[in-house]
Design a protein around this ligand. Structure first.
Ligand SMILES: [Fe+2]
Ligand SMILES: [Fe+2]
Length: 284
C-alpha cells in the first residue's frame, strides 16, 4: 500500500511578532476591571509607623500625595480636543478612568497621612512646577510626556517608600500603586507610539533628544525634592539615577512605533474583532 505523504503543517500566512496597540475601548475595559481588583488595605491597623520612619518620609509623602490628587480637568480638556481630532471618542473615557485611578492613589495616601496625623500639603514646589509644565503644554503629546516621566519615577519612589517603612498600611498602599502604575506607563507609551507613528525619522530622533533633556530635569527635581525618602528606601543617588534611566529606556522602547504591529494589521485586527462580535451569538 503506497504510503500517504504526511500533510504539510499549515503555516499561517502572517504571524504577528509584535504586540498590537490596545484600542481606547480596551483601555477603558482595563481600568474598569482594575477598579474591581483592588487589594485590601488593613486600615484597621492604623498608621503603625515609627516616629523615626515618619521623620524620613513625611515631607516627601505630603508633596507626592498632592501630586496624585489633581482634578484632571486639564487632561480631560486636552483629551477631549485630541479625541475629536482623531475621531476616537473612547479616548476621553480612557483618560477619565486614568484620572480616577490617580485620584484613588491620592486618596489612599491622604488617608494614610490622616492616620499618621501628618497634615496634608496645601502646596508643594515640585507639584507646582510639574503642574505648570503640564498646563503650559496644551497638546496631548506634551501632556503625556512629562506624566510618563513622573510615572517612571513613581515606580522607584513607591518601591523606596515600601522599603523605608514597616507600616502594613503604607506597604499595602505602595504595592497597590506599583501594580497600577505598570499599566499606566504602558498606556502613556502606547499613546506616544500612536502620536509618533507618522513622524519622519530625523524628527523622531529630535523628539527623543528633547525628551532626554526633560527627563534629566525631572529626575534632578525629583531627587532634590524627595532624596530623604528615597535614601531611606535604599536609593542613594547612583542607584536612583541608574534605576531611573533603566526604566525610562524601557519606556522609550515601549513608545517606539516600531515596537507594535503596523497600522494595516491593526485595522485588520479591529475589523475582525468587530466582525466576530457582530456574528457571535448573543449570550443570555
Ligand atoms: Fe499614581
Ligand atoms: Fe500613574
Amino acid at each position: 500500500m503506497p504510503s500517504i505523504p504526511a500533510a504539510k503543517p499549515q503555516t499561517p500566512s502572517r504571524i504577528p511578532t509584535q504586540p498590537a496597540l490596545r484600542s481606547s475601548a480596551e483601555w477603558v475595559a482595563h481600568f474598569k476591571r482594575n477598579a474591581t481588583l483592588q487589594r485590601p488595605i488593613p486600615w484597621e491597623l492604623g498608621a503603625n509607623i515609627t516616629p523615626a520612619e515618619l521623620a524620613e518620609i513625611s515631607a516627601s509623602l505630603r508633596g507626592w500625595q498632592l501630586g496624585e490628587t489633581s482634578d484632571g480637568s486639564h487632561l480631560l480638556a486636552a483629551a477631549k480636543s485630541y479625541s475629536e481630532s482623531i475621531g476616537d471618542p473612547d479616548f476621553i473615557e480612557a483618560a477619565r478612568h486614568f484620572i480616577i485611578e490617580e485620584q484613588r492613589h491620592g486618596e489612599m495616601l491622604g488617608r494614610f497621612l490622616d492616620l499618621a496625623q501628618v497634615p496634608r500639603a496645601g502646596s508643594d514646589w515640585g507639584d507646582t512646577l510639574f503642574r505648570a509644565l503640564r498646563y503650559a503644554m496644551p497638546r496631548m503629546e506634551l501632556w503625556v510626556t512629562p506624566v510618563l516621566m513622573v510615572e517612571t519615577h513613581a515606580m522607584i519612589y513607591y518601591n523606596a517608600l515600601r522599603r523605608a517603612t514597616s507600616s502594613p498600611v503604607l506597604i499595602a498602599i505602595c504595592r497597590q500603586i506599583l501594580a497600577d502604575e505598570v499599566p499606566h506607563i504602558r498606556f502613556q507609551c502606547e499613546r506616544l507610539a500612536i502620536l509618533h507613528r507618522n513622524r519622519p525619522r530625523p524628527l523622531l530622533h529630535l523628539t527623543i533628544a528633547l525628551q532626554k533633556i526633560l527627563f534629566i530635569a525631572i529626575s534632578v527635581a525629583i531627587w532634590i525634592g524627595h532624596r530623604r525618602a528615597l535614601r531611606a528606601g535604599g536609593y542613594h543617588f547612583p542607584i536612583f539615577w541608574r534605576s531611573a534611566w533603566r526604566k525610562m529606556n524601557r519606556a522609550w522602547r515601549l513608545m517606539s512605533p516600531d515596537s507594535y504591529q503596523p497600522i494595516s494589521q491593526e485595522i485588520e485586527r479591529t475589523q475582525s474583532n468587530s466582525h466576530r462580535l457582530a456574528h457571535e451569538p448573543s449570550r443570555p
